[in-house]
Design a protein around this ligand. Structure first.
Ligand code: 8NA
Ligand code: MG
Ligand code: MG
Length: 345
């Protein structure tokens, strides 16, 4: 479809869920042979499976809160979103949340909270979390607001409810921007796509808080820009090993070690690659490749899935995969609602 078509919205929201559900199998594994990935994926085509046998985790649980809040409030409402996060956690605490964020979610349930951003600020001795929990749930902002300034502003605020370190919320901005550009068809020109992201992040990281956090954590002056330059170097090379991707970009739970990685997965899989089945389309390649990196596989595949889904559209997603994943049908229905809201705003 054309820019911001319904197919792209459905692709983005559904493929994000699939990445989470399918990636859960390998979460935290140090090494994941591609053979195991392909075996896991071909198991999904087995007709006896289906009906949501693969459960979603915190990534999708929180994304669903963002979607419901944006739809119900027809825009961003931090009080409403904070309430939804807290309620979701108290209803299903076993979805695999990060160790730190659980404290925030418990505090957000308190009725006498005057500032919903305060619990996040208190994390890690006042430094805030740099985990990828803000980035993993950020795609709906790109699917709600057509204006790029709004995408950036609300992705940041949405992440800051749990992640007050700039390396956490700037990762959420980067992920939202990647979905935003992909939705416009920008992945048709991959080099322009990565250059646009770098240009945007140059601005986002050009402030005192970001520089201060980067210095304390001994990162480059503009950490996400530096990583995006590495992504551009890697994507211009004809051959890249999994080991190099992991050592250059990372596969961990920090936003800095996973958002640029997810973006690389999408770019790398725009074309057929050795080791991936020829029968696979780009979206299948992206999910498979993300899992083969190991580490925080559900979250990296969730983020890569959302970006890739916005590019390839819903038609690129195998029906059998959708049937296997809890929450995929819901995501499809909600994508249509977001598409309507987006074209109203
Ligand atoms: P978070 O805010 O608890 O951060 C995750 C972890 O990052 C923390 O538990 C800390 O270990 C570390 N961390 C973050 N900020 C700091 C800091 N300033 N100083 C020191 N350490 C810090 O939770 P989140 O929502 O960001 O976490 C998201 C990830 O955790 C997702 O991958 C999600 O799926 C989940 N998860 C991951 C794994 C895994 O093995 N990769 C397992 C279970 C859950
Ligand atoms: Mg998870
Ligand atoms: Mg994870």
């Amino acid at each position: 479809g054309g820019p911001a078509s319904l197919s792209r919205f459905r692709g983005a929201l559904v493929a994000g869920v699939l990445g989470d559900c399918i990636g859960g199998e390998f979460e935290g594994a140090e090494e994941v042979p591609m053979e195991s990935v392909l075996q896991h994926l071909s198991g999904l085509e087995d007709e006896t499976k289906g009906n949501g046998v693969l459960e979603y985790s915190d990534d999708t649980a929180m994304t669903r809160c963002v979607v419901q809040s944006l739809l119900t409030r027809a825009g961003f409402d931090e009080q409403d979103l904070a309430r939804r996060f807290a309620k979701e956690y108290s209803t299903s605490p076993g979805r695999g949340y990060g160790n730190g964020v659980i404290q925030v979610l418990k505090k957000l349930s308190s009725s006498q909270l005057s500032d919903v951003y305060q619990p996040a600020r208190d994390q890690f001795n006042g430094r805030g979390s740099f985990g990828n929990g803000g980035a993993m749930r950020t795609a709906p902002f790109a699917l709600t607001f057509p204006d790029r300034a709004d995408v950036k502003r609300f992705a940041r605020l949405g992440a800051m409810l749990t992640h007050s370190c700039s390396l956490g919320y700037n990762g959420a901005i980067l992920q939202a921007l990647a979905v935003h550009f992909s939705l416009q068809g920008a992945l048709d020109l991959p080099l322009q796509f990565i250059n646009s992201l770098i240009a945007e992040m140059e601005e986002v990281e050009d402030n005192k808080d970001a520089r201060n956090d980067a210095r304390i954590l001994k990162e480059a002056e503009k950490p996400f820009c530096e990583r995006l330059h590495r992504v551009r170097d890697l994507m211009n090379r004809s051959k890249v090993s999994i080991e190099e991707v992991i050592s250059e970009l990372g596969n961990g739970i920090a936003a800095l070690h996973s958002v640029p990685t997810a973006i690389f997965c999408v770019l790398h899989c725009l074309q057929p690659r050795e080791g991936l089945p020829e029968s696979y389309g780009g979206l299948e390649r992206t999910i498979a490749y993300s899992l083969a990196l190991g580490g925080d596989t559900d979250t990296i595949a969730c983020m890569a899935g959302a970006i890739a889904g916005a590019h390839y559209g819903i038609e690129a997603i195998p029906q059998s995969w959708i049937r296997c994943c809890e929450g995929a049908e819901d995501a499809d229905v909600n994508a249509e609602r977001l598409h309507k809201l987006y074209h109203q705003l």
